[in-house]
Structure formats: C-alpha cells, structure tokens
Design a protein around this ligand. Structure first.
Ligand SMILES: [Zn+2]
Length: 248
C-alpha cells in the first residue's frame, strides 16, 4: 500500500496499486527528484491528484489537487497550504505563493488504483477504517464483535493502550469509538490546518477531513529509512490543505 484516498461523500476507498486490475486514474506521482523540484523552493510537489475521481463532489477542491511536502528537509513538521487558481499555492506559515504550473505539467508516473471493498456495517471493515469513517454504522451485534476483535489484540484490559483517561466502568463501546484510530498510527482527530483560523468544530462534527494517507512502499519511497505516515487533510470551511505526519 502506498496511497489511500478517502471519498467521504460516498464512503468509498481507493488505493494505488501496481497490480493489473488497477484501472482508476487517481493522478500523477512526480517521481523524479529533479521534476519534484519547484524552482529553488523548499517545497516538493509529490503528487497531483485527480480530485474529481478520488473525492467527487467535495466542495472547494481544485480538479487537480497538488500535494506538497518538504521531503528534502524532512523535519516532519505539519504543513499547510491553500490552492488558488489550480496552479497557485499559498503556503500558510510563510505567506509565500508558489506557481506550480510547470511542476504539475512535468512528466510523472500515473497513480493507478482500485476501489477496495468496504462495508461500514461489518466489524472488521469498520475497525480497519475507523479513523476515517468512524464506527457509527455498527449494529449492537457487530459492535460486540468489534470489541471482541480489539480484546484479542489488546487483551481484556485496554488501559495501557488508551489515550483518554477513562473512568472505571466506562463501556468499551464508548472507549473504542475514540481509542481505535486505524488506519492512523496515533490519532484520528484532525483540526483545521490553518493556525490563524482554527475553524471550529461544527454541529455535525469537525470540518476537517482526512483525504489521503501515504504509507511507505517500495514503489513510492519518499523518506529512505524513515517510515512516517503522511495524512493529507482538508478543512472544508477555509479550504486549507494540511499535511500531518504520524508514526505507527
Ligand atoms: Zn479551516
């Protein structure tokens, strides 16, 4: 696995894959470090994502979404930017504007992918993607099965694995909803990436969605021996793209 795309509108998941059945055109991997260079800037264009395929009807995203990071100087800090006019990107921390027109047109490797099966009502599937789509669709019976699966992984006492200081007697069906964050390594609580705005959580939950997960793979090695997850997030309110890293 290298890149996983989350279509929140239709609850679909796409993964890039070198296999022959990968037919869905998810964008471009700007594979070569020379073509990745954006003139002399510190920012690397890693991927151009076909957002109409990967995230249909997600308001405010450009048709081709550029994914940037600083792979040449990977301090693994969080990183935020906003896309204007498809090719112009504003870096939030420094207020720089980058023109990606040439970088995005440079030849790259196609990101071909396939949809992976996902049933939010099935314990195994819901657990695998709980950090993205939550466990809310599980029936009482499937929630029981989900708890049994986590019991097998964590043992009966979950306290060594919990981040939240739960009171004694808290139901496991409550704990699991906050503590089980797969596929993410550390947490699934994403806030607005623009520190100047910090868009507040709305009535229906956070406006910031995880859009893409990068995990190291032989086909797409960005960081050598380091093996972080990169999570591309999107604030639907102020339309800021964030890149967050986590470790397994
Ligand atoms: Zn925001």
């Amino acid at each position: 696995m290298a890149l996983t795309f989350f279509d929140h509108r239709n609850k679909r998941i796409f993964e890039t894959s070198p296999e022959k059945d990968a037919q869905i055109d998810l964008g471009t991997y700007h594979v070569d470090s020379d073509t990745r260079r954006i003139e002399d800037s510190r920012y690397d264009l890693l991927f151009s994502v076909n957002s109409q395929v990967a995230f249909p009807k997600c308001k405010g995203l450009p048709a081709t979404l550029p994914i940037l990071y600083q792979t040449r100087k990977p301090d693994f800090d969080s990183f935020a930017y906003r896309v204007h006019d498809d090719f112009l990107v504003e870096i939030i921390n420094t207020s720089e504007t980058l023109d990606l027109r040439d970088a995005m047109k440079s030849p790259g490797q196609p990101l071909l992918g396939a949809e992976i099966p996902y049933n939010p009502r099935k314990a195994e599937d819901a657990l695998a993607w709980a950090g993205v789509f939550s466990l809310k669709k599980l029936s009482r019976r499937e929630m029981k099965r989900a708890i049994a699966i986590v019991d097998e992984r964590w043992g009966g006492d979950w306290s060594p694995y919990c981040v939240v200081p739960w009171e004694k007697g808290t139901k496991k069906s409550t704990m699991i909803q906050l503590e089980w964050v797969q596929p993410f390594g550390q947490n699934a609580s994403f806030s607005c990436p623009d520190w100047r705005r910090r868009c507040k959580e709305g009535f229906f939950g956070t406006p910031t969605l995880p859009l893409i997960l990068y995990e190291e793979s032989p086909e797409m090695n960005l960081f050598g021996d380091f093996n972080p997850q990169l999570i591309i997030t999107y604030c639907r309110r102020c339309r800021t793209i964030g890149v967050v890293n986590q470790c397994d």
